[in-house]
Write a protein that binds this ligand. Structure first.
Ligand code: SF4
Length: 318
């Protein structure tokens, strides 16, 4: 194991990018960046997107190393799908607070109380929680998965807002874990009032991790990639007064503004920043490749159970 090196102050952004790209090739690594990552980090990525989509793409490569620029549960999902690859998380403290809100002990107690209930867990959960679940869902397919099980009682973890959205859409009888993503949960009717007041002809697009009073006022509800797709398909046809207000992590609105500079694209609120996502910086990506840090492990028994729940989702979302 080489001595750990830290390059924070030694190299410029351009030097770091050059070195990362060389090292990536030399070590046969693939770099994944979640779409909430800083644009600087996205520059060195082979793939940019949602967590599951990224893990699936990495699994299909011949790479020996996966560097996941995201948070802990994403790197675990990559490991679940690619057990023979070395999976690295460049910032060891990049942990999703929502995933941490659901613990296996509490979930087991709930399962014991409702032994006939089906457990559906959002992909934004730990490997242990996934292993306790019957099926996984993403924000893009949650409604479809819940709808499949709607004749049974459902325990849904960890996001109460996404769970609420699914129960309202499908009519399913659901017990919602009391977790939430602080980035989306902090959106309020006040944010909408201000954004709509400034841009009255813009459509409001929101992520289903947002609270119900925000969802109720949305013109379109969708996952990050569904919001991006909606903009790609509609923005060119919008007149000069029309546009979109983006109710998800701020990086999405910033990227869309760069891609469509002449169009009216606004974030719902400037406070929608995921601090944990933004804690991955370029020099940490370089250190990660250089020192092969921080390796993510998932116990084999847990990995197999979590994979079963993930595969169930893939089967149902075909
Ligand atoms: S945006 Fe929300 S769900 Fe995603 S990593 Fe940050 S806290 Fe977790």
């Amino acid at each position: 194991m080489p001595a750990t090196k830290n390059t924070k102050k030694e190299l410029s952004k351009e030097e770091l990018i050059e070195k990362i790209l060389k090292l990536k090739k030399k070590k046969n690594a693939v770099i994944l960046a979640h779409s909430y990552q800083d644009s600087e980090v996205q520059l060195v990525a082979d793939f940019i997107g949602d967590s599951l989509e990224l893990s699936k793409k990495a699994a299909a490569t011949e790479a020996d190393i996966i560097v996941f620029c995201g948070v802990d549960f994403m790197a675990e999902s990559a490991k679940i799908l690619s057990p023979d690859k070395k999976v690295l998380l460049p910032e060891i403290n990049a942990k999703c607070p929502m995933a941490a809100m659901c613990d296996t002990e509490g979930l087991r107690e709930l399962k014991a109380k409702y032994p006939k209930a089906v457990v559906i867990s959002y992909i934004n959960s730990s490997a242990e929680v996934k292993a306790e679940s019957d099926c996984i869902c993403t924000s893009a397919n949650a409604v479809k998965i819940v709808d499949h099980y709607k004749d049974k009682k459902i325990i849904f973890t960890p996001d109460k807002n996404l769970g609420y959205y699914c129960s309202m859409t499908t009519g399913a009888d659901m017990i919602l874990w009391n977790g939430y993503c602080y980035v989306h949960d902090e959106f309020s009717v006040g944010d909408i009032f201000i954004a709509k007041h400034e841009n009255p002809d813009c459509l409001l697009l929101v992520h289903p991790e947002s609270p119900k009073e925000v969802l109720e006022k949305a013109d379109f509800i969708g996952s990050t990639s569904q919001i991006v797709k909606f903009v790609e398909e509609n923005i060119e046809n919008m007149n000069e007064k029309a546009g979109v207000i983006i109710g998800t992590e701020i990086e999405i609105a910033k990227n869309l503004q760069l891609r469509f500079p002449s169009k009216r694209i606004y974030p719902l609120a400037d406070h929608a920043v995921c601090v944990q996502m933004k804690s991955t910086e370029l020099y940490k990506v370089y250190n990660s490749l250089l020192n092969e840090e921080y390796e993510i492990f998932v116990e084999e028994e847990i990995r197999k159970k979590a994979l079963k729940a993930l595969n169930k989702m893939l089967e149902l979302s075909k």
